[in-house]
Write a protein of this length. Structure first.
Length: 381
């Protein structure tokens, strides 16, 4: 393994040791601040400039950069610092074990592997000055509402392009789905379950709502994007009732509606609203409504025809024999960056199949190749 490869592994291990579970996902989560403080020490030791951007509640994006020859050009490299919670691990999730050519630990794949590779690529540019200013952002809250990326998009700082670090097996992702998530509530009338006819069962009403909503997928299945596939709607959570002997007065579900590039969250919401209105006006007069505002992550436009995709494809081909433009069904910080019209590609070491799993890992070989790919992009854009 090269010296840079060894340093990257060590850097990743240091990052994994820092628990940075998103506090919105778990009350026990510490958030990203300790990771940002570690990155500050890393930059200080290498005379790299840095700054913070406070986003929410003491949680801050972290930036470092290398100034380019052309002050008018700026390229963003971004990976997130937060992780999902840990459940059912066989070992210590914050002990970064090296075994069988892999680094195990929470965040090793999603998303500290890409972060370590980006940071090492930037830190080892040395005297090779890039044409564009290369800005590395370590973002907060990607795993919940992507507030960090949204703050970057709304900052007023302009970027020509962005490389979003996520586990793609070093494949070049140029498009992905977005999402809109919200709750739907049915209101009933409580009554003693010995006389259910005196009440209105909200759970029974919700069952009919769910069946009606599921039919949307028949229509959505026809909306197939060439890179990311069809749109979908999934009911993911349900809650209702108060106790065993009472007709339930309310029931709520969460809806996860996946958007393809070109679909607007508002249109997806309206499609559901049309169905709910039919149920409200139908013979059973179901008292149902959407609880808004929704959580919206737009589907970014495909970057397939952009300069950043061409530059990244060449780098991928040279280093990893990858680079074919692909689409994926999951979301990334690109959803929010696209609101500032920043063309984004998604690229990084590790497999998305490892993300959020117990005993998560990243391949060390991919980690080293990611450093090389990122650096080629930095020097070629």
């Amino acid at each position: 393994m090269s010296s840079i490869g060894t340093q990257t592994v060590e850097l990743l291990q240091q990052l994994v040791r820092i628990e940075s579970i998103n506090p919105s996902a778990s009350a026990k989560g510490s958030g990203e601040q300790k990771v940002a403080e570690f990155l500050e020490d890393f930059c200080r030791a290498r005379n790299l400039p840095f700054e913070y951007q406070e986003v929410t509640g003491g949680r801050s994006n972290f930036f470092t950069w290398v100034t380019g020859k052309d002050p008018a050009k700026r390229v963003l490299f971004i990976s997130h610092m937060d992780t999902v919670p840990v459940d059912n691990w066989e070992a210590d999730p914050f002990f970064p074990e090296e075994k069988d050519g892999r680094i195990y630990g929470r965040g090793s794949c999603d998303d500290k592997g890409p972060l370590a590779a980006m940071l090492m690529a930037l830190a080892t540019l040395g005297e090779r000055k890039p044409a564009a200013t290369i800005v590395l952002a370590a973002s907060v809250d990607e795993e919940y509402r992507k507030k960090g990326a949204r703050a970057i998009a709304q900052s007023g700082v302009l970027y020509d392009a962005a490389v979003v670090g996520e586990p793609t097996d070093l494949e070049l992702v140029v498009a992905h789905k977005g999402s809109v998530r919200w709750q739907v509530e049915v209101e009933g009338v409580p009554a003693h379950s010995s006389k259910p006819h005196l009440g209105v069962n909200a759970i029974t009403g919700m069952a009919k709502v769910i069946l009606a909503l599921d039919k949307i997928n028949e229509t959505l299945s026809q909306r197939v994007h060439p890179l990311v596939g069809p749109s979908t709607l999934t009911v993911t959570l349900i809650e209702g009732g108060v106790e065993l002997a009472t007709v339930p007065p309310s029931c709520r579900v969460w809806i996860d509606r996946r958007l393809t590039p070109g679909e607007r969250p508002a249109d997806a919401l309206q499609e559901v609203e049309n169905i709910l209105e039919e149920l409200r006006q139908g013979p059973e007069k179901i008292n149902v409504r959407s609880l808004l505002p929704a959580l919206e992550d737009p589907a970014p436009p495909s970057a397939e025809a952009t300069k950043i995709a061409a530059v990244a494809a060449k780098a991928c081909a040279e280093v990893a024999e990858t680079g074919k433009p692909l689409g994926v069904p999951y979301g990334t910080d690109a959803s929010q960056l696209s609101l500032a019209n920043i063309p984004c590609v998604i690229l990084g070491p590790g497999s998305i199949d490892q993300a959020h799993t117990a005993n998560e890992f990243v391949e060390i070989d991919q980690l080293g190749k990611a450093v090389e790919i990122y650096q080629k992009i930095m020097l070629s854009y």
